[in-house]
Design a protein around this ligand. Structure first.
Ligand code: DGJ
Length: 689
């Protein structure tokens, strides 16, 4: 059971989760102050805790109590979480306690400014089944003011080493682990989307954690637009992280009577290393983020790598026929089916079937796919428009633009402003119509460029927030109007992967890089926070269109089967033997997918010589082993499994031999990988008693 308790005399709140505790109190001047975050503690233990003070204080070395939401006021010189400018030019906030409510597992702590009609509510929420603590902030005002920062939360952390992911298009989620500099370190996206270059989560540890051991403090932001975390380690060793939506340099005007609520910036304290931290987040995403966590993700086919823009009804039917034979359950027609879209220079925005390819509309293809026993999915990119389109010719004002400035095109496209309700409504209407008229079961919602010339004349930077909210709202409306409709989040692969978008989608297109060898590192980084059931992974052709690398088909299958499996090759060119091999692996995946998608994930080894990932469910464990390159002809040592019942018996699918969970965990198994590069193994261990 998780709970929130209040010690009135000390003005202290204790948040308890199954395996952690978090405490805050009001200082004498009503500042909400951090007290504790770590292993479970009693109220008596935390009320007795003194505020941690630095060794020496001088006029130059001030160190206020650690703030729950840092403001620019008094002798504070760290990064503010909340920065306002009132109409008279005053820019500091001085807190006054208002009230608080604990309703079930939610605490709302209401504060005001000592002088100005500003109200700020700090929200905290805990859950019985999770160690994740959700935090967010709401600001309201009775007089106009300007906000130049509204973060969701400021976390105070004992860790001095930070883990994060960085990368780029087709190289997302590369894990980095480094000491926190004694400095302010900014992790951010200024692109209007979450970004391929960084992802909004961090893990902190004392430098002593590894995959299986050690305390980890982690944080993740549920937001799909620009964001910023400032990790601050000061010379007295205090480490804080303030984070929220928006990047540096933006501001939001708040009129009298208006309010602004931040997204959730959640945190988790865990023991047992980075692996346990990841499993905590996987569980949280399943239980508290995804709209349909229990859905067995279908095996999908996607036409992009097969046809590019060369889409025709006959071509798609031919692919669908073979996909159905392979055991695919959802057929997704990618880009190129609409408007005058024969390449990426024209047609985006004109969401009617291209008559040259679909003379009778999409319905005949959709019906054919349904008759084959598959669901029907469509690629869309609702936020984008080519200047060469009927839409842009009739609504040039709908795109992000600024007076007297060029309209920067990227991939020959401009961004439609979903901060405008009329634009978001227009998108909802055509998406809704597409579903109704064509029995569409699934949208792959793409977004192929970052934002430039943000906003529109005479409007302030609220665009940065309103656009993202417009996207989320449109997805929510579509789901509400069409029970069962699935949405796949995509932004040139993983450019918009976050817990904000996951609240409205079912899976993510992980990366445009489908090279199985590269994918091992991409999937490793993805798994740090996000669960396998959301991680789209396709079996594609070789040489890989992105890297020109050739790897064995079985290796490609095994890499893709570690996530939400898809097939993305040009099936019409596949040999009978390749089709048979993939049909067999698809059938196998359908047997093991509940373990892969819902099991607990253990990263047992990671490196070019050997990567091993295990998914442990109640009746079975599935182990994938991949070797990218073999050095010196060395064979890997035994691999110790995890997450098994030590006294249960498990049968190895390869040999039929039975071992106790304890033997598998303490002695380990041999993977028996074949010799050479790009080899793999999939082992099922079924619980037999
Ligand atoms: C980027 C996506 O990530 C690809 O899978 C594909 O849908 C293309 N866009 C289509 O333009």
């Amino acid at each position: 059971m998780s709970s929130i308790t209040f010690a009135a005399a000390e003005r202290l709140w204790l948040l308890s989760t199954p395996n952690s505790a978090y405490a805050l109190r009001l200082a004498d001047d009503d500042t909400p102050t951090h007290v504790y975050w770590g292993p479970p503690r009693s109220l008596a233990e935390v009320t007795a805790l003194p505020v941690a003070r630095p060794h020496r204080i001088s006029s130059f070395e001030t160190l206020p109590d650690p703030d729950e939401l840092a403001v620019a006021a008094g002798a504070r010189f760290g990064p503010p979480s909340l920065a306002v400018r009132f109409a008279d030019g005053t820019s500091a906030v001085e807190w006054a306690y208002g009230s608080h409510d604990i309703s079930g597992q939610h605490l709302a702590l209401r504060l005001t400014d000592r002088h100005y009609p500003l109200a700020v509510t700090l929200h905290y929420r805990v859950h019985d089944d999770s160690d994740v603590i959700e935090r967010w902030t709401k600001v309201s005002t009775d007089e106009p003011l300007t906000l130049s920062r509204l973060d969701s939360a400021n976390w105070t952390l004992p860790g001095t080493r930070v883990s994060y992911v960085a990368g780029g298009w087709s190289a997302e989620y590369q894990v980095h682990r480094t000491p926190v500099p004694v400095a302010e370190t900014v992790f951010t996206s200024r692109r209007g989307i979450t970004g391929h270059q960084a992802n909004p989560w961090l893990m902190l540890d004392a430098g002593d954690a590894d995959e299986d051991h050690g305390e980890v403090w982690s944080m993740a932001l549920a937001w799909s637009g620009s964001w910023r975390f400032t990790l601050h380690r000061d010379p007295t060793e205090r480490v804080t992280c303030t984070g929220g939506f928006g990047h540096d340099g933006v501001h939001w005007e708040l009129g009298a009577g208006e309010s602004l609520t931040s997204p959730v910036f959640a945190g988790a304290y865990t023991r047992d290393g980075f692996g346990a931290a990841s499993r905590t987040w996987h569980g949280f995403v399943r239980s508290h983020v995804l709209p349909r966590p229990d859905e067995l993700r279908p095996v999908l086919y996607n036409s992009w790598e097969a046809t590019g823009f060369d889409v025709t009804e006959a071509g798609q039917r031919a692919l669908a026929d073979i996909a159905a034979e392979l055991g695919v359950e959802l057929f997704v027609m990618d880009d190129g089916w609409f408007g005058g879209r024969r390449d990426d220079t024209a047609g985006l925005g004109d969401w009617r079937p291209y008559p040259g390819a679909f003379p009778n509309g999409l319905r005949p293809l959709a019906d054919h796919v349904h008759e084959l026993g598959m669901r029907f999915g469509l690629w869309v990119e609702p936020e984008m428009v080519n200047p060469d389109s009927d839409l842009y010719r009739s609504h040039p004002d709908w795109v992000l633009h600024q007076d007297n400035r060029r309209r920067t095109t990227l991939r020959n496209q401009l961004v439609l402003n979903f901060g405008r309700p009329d634009v978001a409504d227009w998108a909802f209407e055509w998406l809704d119509r597409l579903v109704t008229e064509n029995a569409v079961d699934h949208f792959k919602w793409d977004c192929n460029r970052p934002f430039t010339e943000p906003g529109w004349p005479d409007h302030d930077d609220r665009f940065w927030i309103d656009h993202t909210r417009g996207v989320h709202r449109t997805m929510r409306r579509l789901r509400a109007s069409h029970q069962g409709l699935r949405i796949e989040a995509c932004s040139g692969g993983g450019g918009r992967t976050d817990m904000g978008i996951m609240a409205y989608t079912d899976q993510v297109w992980t990366s445009d890089n489908t090279d199985a060898a590269d994918r091992i590192a991409i999937q490793h980084g993805y798994s740090q926070i996000y669960p396998a059931q959301t991680m789209g992974a396709w079996i594609t052709d070789c040489p890989n269109p992105f890297t020109a690398r050739t790897t064995p088909l079985l290796f490609r299958c095994h890499v893709a089967m570690a996530g939400a499996l898809g097939v993305g090759g040009n099936l019409t060119t596949w040999s009978a033997a390749d089709r048979e091999l993939v049909a067999g692996q698809v059938a196998l995946y359908r047997e093991i997918r509940s373990t892969v998608q819902f099991g607990r994930q253990y990263r047992l080894a990671h490196g070019p010589g050997l990567t091993v990932v295990e998914y442990a469910g109640s009746d079975e464990a599935v182990v994938f082993g991949w070797r990218i390159s073999e050095a010196f002809g060395h064979r890997p040592a035994l691999v110790r499994l995890a997450g098994l019942d030590p006294v249960a018996n498990y049968q190895d699918s390869r040999t039929g031999t039975v071992h106790t969970g304890s033997v598998l965990q303490e002695r380990g198994i041999s993977l028996d990988l074949p010799a050479g590069d790009h080899v793999s193994v999939l082992i099922r261990l079924r619980r037999v008693s």
